[in-house]
Design a protein around this ligand. Structure first.
Ligand SMILES: NC(=O)c1ccc[n+]([C@@H]2O[C@H](COP(=O)([O-])OP(=O)(O)OC[C@H]3O[C@@H](n4cnc5c(N)ncnc54)[C@H](OP(=O)(O)O)[C@@H]3O)[C@@H](O)[C@H]2O)c1
Length: 291
């Protein structure tokens, strides 16, 4: 049985991958308290002597606004650690997949971004994640940086859980209606990353999201409609429009349109990711108000 290391195994995606691969591989997970990526010595002592066949790095400083005012910390965790982990994997000839983000783009392109499009991040978070891709690929061109977007799943609440929870409490619902990307399921990422880990060991950049595109408002409305059909006693049934510019709580600048093309993945594996509506509908059908 192959050994797979998952970094960030306490997070939304890392926990889903650790569970998803537990039957078929020996999974060694590290959560934040077990390994702090801000500490290079800790990385070396945790991974340097460990024997493994592949590693997926899902750990990151993901709070976009926190990163904006903590640049050094963001770069240590999202960039320098990615390079160091890449170098350790290269030394061991282990497959290495690093999870990156749609926020490497400025969002000015109104058609889906290709891996070959120039990354021009608007925020410290985006810059640090872009630098992580660069440092990873400098450590070995065989490593893969997989860019994901709007990730949801059962292991940690995200937008879809928040809007459903709020709809159970109030009919005052709003979500941003002028920012586009693609909701992406952690369960589907388990399926898409499997062939990239073991079978199609290509290097470079790879976009991995569901198909299609929407705004937060459309995403929220779709989730509410499915929840109503499933019999959830919603107080709120309609998600109103909110302009991104009206959100005073946003410290960092966000890209407007970061729909990613998954052409490279589809050409390589023969799989086209299912549309976001199908993945969200399935998630909402299994959703419990306690999440
Ligand atoms: N969620 C999205 O919509 C989204 C969109 C685009 C890209 N991504 C990327 O997808 C990946 C997975 O994100 P996610 O959605 O699973 O987010 P998440 O739930 O926030 O997971 C990130 C994990 O990293 C851990 N972490 C933070 N600082 C750390 C440190 N110094 N050392 C070790 N671990 C640390 C966190 O632990 P604690 O929580 O205990 O601190 C958390 O478990 C990340 O690379 C993220 O940039 C996510």
């Amino acid at each position: 049985m192959k050994t797979l290391v998952i970094l960030g195994s306490g997070g939304r995606l890392g926990a889903a991958l650790a569970r998803g691969y537990a039957q078929e591989t020996r999974v060694i997970g590290f959560n934040h308290s077990q390994l702090d990526l801000a500490n290079p010595q800790a990385i070396e002592s945790a991974l340097g002597a460990l024997e493994f066949d592949a590693l997926v790095n899902c750990a990151a400083l993901t709070n976009v606004d926190y990163c904006e005012t903590h640049r050094e910390e963001a770069f240590a965790i999202n960039a320098q650690a990615a390079g160091q982990i890449g170098a350790i994997c290269a030394r061991k000839k282990a497959r290495c997949i690093h999870i990156s983000t749609d926020y490497v783009f400025d969002g000015a392109k109104n058609t889906p971004y290709l891996e070959t499009d120039e990354a021009l991040p608007l925020s410290v978070y985006g810059e640090s994640k872009r630098q992580g891709e660069i440092e990873l690929l400098q450590s070995s061109p065989d490593h893969l940086a997989a860019r994901v977007a709007w990730v949801f799943g059962p292991d940690r609440p995200s937008f879809v859980d928040q809007i459903l929870k709020r709809a159970l409490e109030t009919d005052q619902l709003q979500a941003i209606g002028d920012k586009w990307s693609t909701p992406t399921s952690t369960q589907d990422l388990v399926e898409w990353l499997r062939p990239l880990l073991w079978e199609h060991r290509v290097g470079g950049l790879m976009h991995l999201t569901q198909s299609g595109a929407c705004t937060w408002q459309e995403y929220g409305q779709f989730a509410l409609d499915r929840a109503w059909e499933a019999g959830l006693p919603l107080k709120g049934r309609t998600v109103g429009f909110q302009a991104m510019a009206s959100l005073a709580a946003f410290v960092a600048k966000r890209p407007v349109h970061t729909v990613l093309s998954t052409q490279r993945f589809a050409a390589l594996t023969g799989q086209t990711p299912r549309c976001w509506q199908e993945a969200v509908a399935e998630y909402v059908r299994g959703w419990k108000p306690t999440v």
